[in-house]
Design a protein around this ligand. Structure first.
Ligand SMILES: Nc1ncnc2c1ncn2[C@@H]1O[C@H](COP(=O)(O)OP(=O)(O)OP(=O)(O)O)[C@@H](O)[C@H]1O
Length: 248
């Protein structure tokens, strides 16, 4: 059984480059709600503001909302990439992330070395490591590029490798950003079957996307964010219909 529970969850980003007082002032004046000065007198963007929700086993949740609403920030907070500055986040279950192809990868190491590193993080025994390596190498289909440092990979090659690694083990909680749709067509055919298996095997799925067809097809619940707050939370169709109607 998996669970995600957020209580008054708050995430902020300091804007270090906003050193000039006048710029700070004018920004604060224009976006008084979103940008504030914290206790240490730093200007910060409030990316997520006091979010409360509970996601239980069996739920397929879409994070939707316009650019800058906070979808990716929420996904990354659930993945443990961002630390909340306030509130509480409770996660039960293992997490698999299809969020950022570069996350957790060493750019100076080859594809194969990155797979081995990942197997070590996962505490696999020698047989498990060998099996993971073989499976990922076969699925990624990078040919001799598997033994080239990944900083030399094209965007599509990086996605193939990240996708193959991330989908090689079944998590309880699957977190996805829509980047995985960016693969080339022949790869996506192969990827789709694997993704479907991963989604149906996960207790909980959370996906951040602008694609309402994906939302309607894959999800049972939508959380609509706006300026870091929850605007609506419930069954997909009414929330998506309302958002599309507003967009005109
Ligand atoms: N690393 C960061 N540093 C500073 N501000 C950030 C950072 N990441 C996000 N933000 C800010 O947090 C807010 C939420 O951004 P986020 O990327 O979560 O939105 P989103 O809903 O995923 O948008 P999009 O649909 O454009 O991907 C934005 O105002 C953004 O500028």
């Amino acid at each position: 059984m998996a669970l995600i529970e957020a209580k008054d969850l708050r995430v902020e980003f300091p804007l270090y480059h906003l050193a000039a007082r006048s710029l700070k002032k004018s920004l604060l004046a224009r976006a008084a709600v979103r940008v504030r000065t914290d206790e240490a007198n730093r200007v910060v963007v409030s990316a997520l503001r006091d979010l409360n929700f509970r996601i239980e086993s069996g739920e397929r949740v879409a994070l939707i909302g316009r650019n800058g609403a906070g979808k990716t920030t929420l996904l990354r907070s659930l993945a443990g990439i961002y630390e909340p500055v306030g509130g509480h986040l409770r996660i039960e279950g293992t997490i698999g992330s299809l969020i950022d192809p570069a996350a957790g990868m060493d750019q100076d190491s080859t594809g194969r070395e990155n797979i081995r590193l990942r197997a070590l993080y996962r505490n696999l025994d020698a047989a498990g490591q060998a099996a993971l390596e073989q499976e990922v190498v076969d699925f990624a289909g990078l040919g001799e590029f598997i033994d080239v440092p990944i900083k030399g990979y094209s965007a599509g090659m990086s996605i193939r490798l990240a996708f193959a690694i991330a989908t090689a083990m079944q998590p309880h909680i699957l977190l996805m950003d829509e980047w995985f749709m960016a693969g080339d067509a022949s790869f996506m055919d192969k990827a789709e079957a694997r993704l479907n298996t991963l989604i149906s095997g996960a207790d909980i799925m959370v996906i951040a996307t602008h694609n309402m067809d994906i939302v309607r097809r894959l999800c049972t619940r939508a959380i609509r964010l706006d300026a870091g707050r929850i605007l609506a939370d419930g069954p997909v169709d009414p929330i998506v219909d309302e958002m599309l109607a507003e967009a005109g």
